[in-house]
Design a protein around this ligand. Structure first.
Ligand SMILES: [Zn+2]
Length: 334
């Protein structure tokens, strides 16, 4: 195959004005479908002159606020595209096989989309999707909003985030977009392991990138869906692509993740959370207890806070395993 041949086809013309719905058609020959394809839904709504914002959700398939909010936004804009100035490209199910499975990663190749960038044209299904987005869609975008939640195993205080970018102008523009999103909490993150992340791929191109963690547990609630709904519309208002004032119910509370705030389970067992999300604890306070599942004659393990702070993240399921991230404590930004 020539190096120039695209394996993934995009079934719509991203330069055309109007409302288009289509797919990234990713070839996938399997026992179930010899000449089959994975279809990643994409919508493009373009009207007049203005910036391009790319909204992505379903980067992890078991995170729902973003998927719901992006589906809703597409339907709203499609019904009245004349309201928009510019172009919205929406990928509500970025890792479509993972979305179909209600799972974090793809059941086809095990691919974690957020570790698969910049992708590989000749790679697995997940890598082919990443490559198509990276090489053929990202260059069109001025800003990218990638909406995550905790998924089946984590839950978070609802926050929007950017990364601590080296370029001051890039960081200021990203921060302004993050504030406009209007989540109750805001973080400026430093990733420990940023290789392969969508975030890094977008930021390295000098584009504005806002991400979120909105609750979790493998479902979505009305309150956090409303945060995502407001957020995507606020982003379009921020870039003057929709008219109207930002819908901000309150100020964003800025938090840091200080060193020592991550707590990991040392033992498996039945998980008792003691300090719920948003609770302030002091160093040494009990965060959680872990009970051995099949013994009544042994004490529970008490997990105590390494530092003082506010519970930003917790392990979600009722059972916990050794090595699971149990809780993260954050602190108000100075
Ligand atoms: Zn995620």
């Amino acid at each position: 195959m020539s190096a120039d041949v695209e394996r993934v086809s995009i079934t719509l013309d991203l330069d055309r004005d109007g409302v288009q719905h289509g797919f990234l058609n990713v070839p996938h020959s399997s026992d179930q479908s010899a000449w089959g394809a994975v279809r990643v839904p994409i919508a493009c709504i373009k009207n007049g002159v203005g910036p391009t914002v790319l909204f992505t959700a379903g980067n992890h398939g078991d995170e729902y606020e973003g998927q719901i909010a992006v589906h809703k936004l597409v339907r709203e804009l499609a019904a009245d595209p004349g309201r928009l100035s510019g172009r919205v490209i929406a990928l509500p199910a970025l890792n479509a096989p993972a979305v179909s499975a209600g799972a974090r990663t793809s059941p086809i190749d095990g691919g974690n989309m957020n570790r698969s960038f910049p992708g590989d044209r000749m790679g697995s299904v997940t890598k082919m999707i990443a490559d198509c987005v990276y090489r053929r869609i990202l260059p069109l975008a001025d800003a990218v909003v990638d909406i995550h939640s905790g998924g089946r195993t984590l839950s978070f205080l609802p926050f929007a985030a950017i990364h601590d970018l080296p370029d001051a102008d890039h960081k200021a523009k990203s921060l302004a977009a993050m504030k406009a999103f209007g989540a109750p909490y805001g973080l400026i993150m430093t990733e420990l392991d940023s290789a392969g992340m969508f975030d890094t791929a977008v930021e390295d191109l000098g584009k504005i990138f806002v991400t979120t963690e909105l609750a979790g547990g493998g479902t979505a609630g009305a309150e956090t869906i409303a945060i995502a709904d407001r957020g995507v519309r606020n982003i379009l208002k921020h870039f003057d692509m929709l008219e109207g004032a930002l819908d901000l119910p309150g100020d964003t509370r800025f938090m840091d993740m200080p060193e020592g705030g991550v707590h990991v389970a040392d033992e498996p067992g039945l998980f008792e959370i003691v300090a719920d999300l948003g609770t302030r604890v002091a160093a040494g306070d009990v965060l959680a207890r872990i009970y051995p599942l099949h013994r009544t004659d042994r004490p529970a393990i008490e997990v105590r806070a390494n530092i003082g702070g506010v519970v930003l993240q917790r392990h979600f399921p009722g059972l916990i395993k050794e090595g699971d991230c149990l809780a993260i404590l954050a602190e108000d930004m100075a």
